[in-house]
Write a protein of this length. Structure first.
Length: 88
């Protein structure tokens, strides 16, 4: 479902933008640039420093480091980093 078809951007920005909402409720910003010959995707979730509570400063940063120490899917240290590097 299209949420917003007119995203505010600088006057000299020739890209096209659209915000859509997926069936699971996630909102996605789509950007189209006719001058590009490649495509990319990025994901941002609101779970960083600005979401740290006053009694737990640094918690988001701590979790970031824990991710690179190993997870169930990527158990070896830096295995997730290597996966990201190899798969862009």
């Amino acid at each position: 479902t299209v949420v917003e078809d007119k995203v505010r951007a600088p006057a000299n920005d020739q890209r096209q933008y659209r915000v859509v909402e997926l069936a699971n409720g996630m909102q996605v910003l789509l950007t189209s640039d006719a001058t590009c010959d490649s495509a990319a995707a990025a994901l941002t979730v609101r779970c960083g420093t600005f979401q740290d509570t006053d009694d737990r400063p640094g918690l988001a940063h701590f979790h970031e480091h824990m991710l690179f120490l190993g997870t169930e899917k990527y158990p070896k240290e830096d295995e997730y980093t290597r996966y990201l590097s190899e798969h862009g």
